[in-house]
Design a binder for this molecule. Structure first.
Ligand SMILES: [Zn+2]
Ligand SMILES: [Zn+2]
Length: 159
């Protein structure tokens, strides 16, 4: 999304607010599936020779749980501030500011690296690979239990 900042660059005004929606496909890639338009609200302020950009983003996305690998949908909200230097050379000043790249970078940095479908996700059974949130398996009873080995040693001594 490109916003016109000519009034700021030419110093007619010192701030400007904006609100727009980015299309989900402008952010989605193989790691991130955005399901709703990305709502963007923010402001640009001219402070001395810098543009201070404040942005809030809001959207829903589908991620894969890092424990049980199932897909889950959650809402995400991020806020960030970016400062861009306004160069002295007037010819180099771009009166149009493209925010899409800035927003995309910030969201990708802030997305959880180990997303979880819920705080108490039980994950997959390390033995049979079953999803323990939705299924039960009998693998635990077959795992090594030190109490049982003491018992079997005692039984062996009795022989
Ligand atoms: Zn999970
Ligand atoms: Zn199992």
């Amino acid at each position: 999304m490109i916003i016109n900042i000519s009034e700021l660059v030419n110093r007619y005004r010192s701030s400007k607010t904006f609100e727009f929606d980015l299309k989900p496909e402008e952010l989605s890639d193989e790691h991130l599936k955005v399901l709703t338009p990305i709502n963007v609200k923010g402001s640009v302020k001219l402070v001395n020779d810098e543009l201070i950009i404040d942005i809030q983003t809001k959207f829903s996305a589908e991620l894969n749980c890092s424990r049980c690998t199932s897909k889950f949908i959650d809402d995400y909200r991020f806020e960030f501030t970016e400062a861009l230097e306004l160069k002295d050379n007037q010819e180099n000043i771009n009166e149009h500011l493209d925010l899409t790249e800035l927003i995309r970078d910030n969201i990708l940095i802030n997305m959880p690296t180990k997303p979880m479908c819920s705080q108490d996700c039980k994950g997959l059974c390390p033995v049979c690979g079953i999803n323990k949130n939705t299924n039960d398996c009998n693998c635990e009873s077959e795992q090594f239990d030190p109490r049982l080995s003491v018992l079997s040693n005692l039984l062996n001594e009795d022989e």
